[in-house]
Design a protein around this ligand. Structure first.
Ligand code: FE
Ligand code: FE
Ligand code: ZN
Length: 277
């Protein structure tokens, strides 16, 4: 069965997100661990977590993906910004253990001037400080579009980060279809080659989730503007190949398209219809 869901608001808690995704036809979801611009996370409500686990079982929700605030920058030249990123991740990972064995995605960061190699070193240092032997959460590095000085615009940079991690089994990659398109990978006409390249450089065993987004921009644009499924430059035929690809079809897919719930419901339905069971 296709594991498909979308980004949801976490403001009403975990059990509410389970209800919402089930209602619109999905069986997994993504949410921000706190206000996407940073700030303090809400306290975990244990009763909400208990209800969530019950509903997850009932609805067949096997996996969920938490997204770190996109303003975190582990690669910053500024020590205070890196310290904030580290403490936020530590707090998020602690909270994630209330829903064990799930995924935590973050944007590797932007080096804003001091160079990718220095930025990558900072990211590695933070990850090695926050990752613990006992955590059950897998931390995912997201593939980025290469806007500005973003790190993670190619598979080599992600591999360089993973190589520096001591507890490598705790990290993986989330591939965003809009971002890799904008970064210059041809998932429209050459999906096999892109996945072979991913396998050769990072290893497909590290690929744990897909952000399934169309793009407003052509391949290589380095823009990062998501579009609704089928309305962008990637197109519906490419998405049909992506969700059915033997190397991808068992992964969870998360929509981050410009939609309200009714739009997400339509896209989930459409993708489920295109999935070959
Ligand atoms: Fe993201
Ligand atoms: Fe994404
Ligand atoms: Zn994006």
């Amino acid at each position: 069965m296709l594991k498909i869901g979308c980004h949801l608001s976490a403001s009403k808690g975990y059990s509410n997100m389970a209800d919402v995704i089930h209602k619109i036809g999905g069986n997994t979801f993504q949410f921000f661990t706190r206000n996407p611009r940073g700030g303090k996370a809400k306290d975990i409500n244990e009763e909400d977590i208990r209800k969530f686990h019950e509903k997850a079982k009932e609805y067949g929700i096997e996996i969920i993906l938490a997204h770190a605030p996109y303003t975190l920058n582990c690669a910053s030249a500024n020590e205070d910004i890196r310290k904030f990123a580290k403490e936020t991740m530590q707090d998020d990972l602690r909270r994630m253990e209330y829903t064990p064995n799930n995924l935590y995605n973050f944007h590797p960061g932007s080096h804003v001037g001091q160079g990718a190699d220095v930025g990558i070193k900072y990211i590695i240092n933070i990850l090695n400080e926050v990752i613990t032997e006992s955590q059950t959460t897998t931390i995912l590095l997201e593939t980025m579009a290469g806007k500005g000085s973003e790190i993670g615009k190619n598979f080599e940079e992600l591999k360089q980060i993973i190589d520096g991690i001591k507890l490598k089994e705790k990290v993986g990659v989330c591939l965003d279809t809009c971002h890799v398109n904008d970064a210059g990978y041809d998932v429209i006409n050459n999906l096999d080659n892109v996945l072979e390249e991913f396998d050769r450089i990072i290893g497909l065993d590290k690929l744990k989730a897909i952000h399934i987004n169309d793009s407003k921009n052509p391949i290589g644009a380095h823009k990062d503007r998501h579009e609704k499924i089928g309305d962008g430059t990637i197109g519906i035929e490419a998405f049909e190949r992506i969700i059915n690809h033997p190397k991808l079809r068992d992964l969870p897919f998360f929509l981050e398209t410009p939609n309200e719930l009714d739009g997400y419901e339509k896209e989930i339905k459409q993708l489920k219809q295109l999935y070959k069971n």
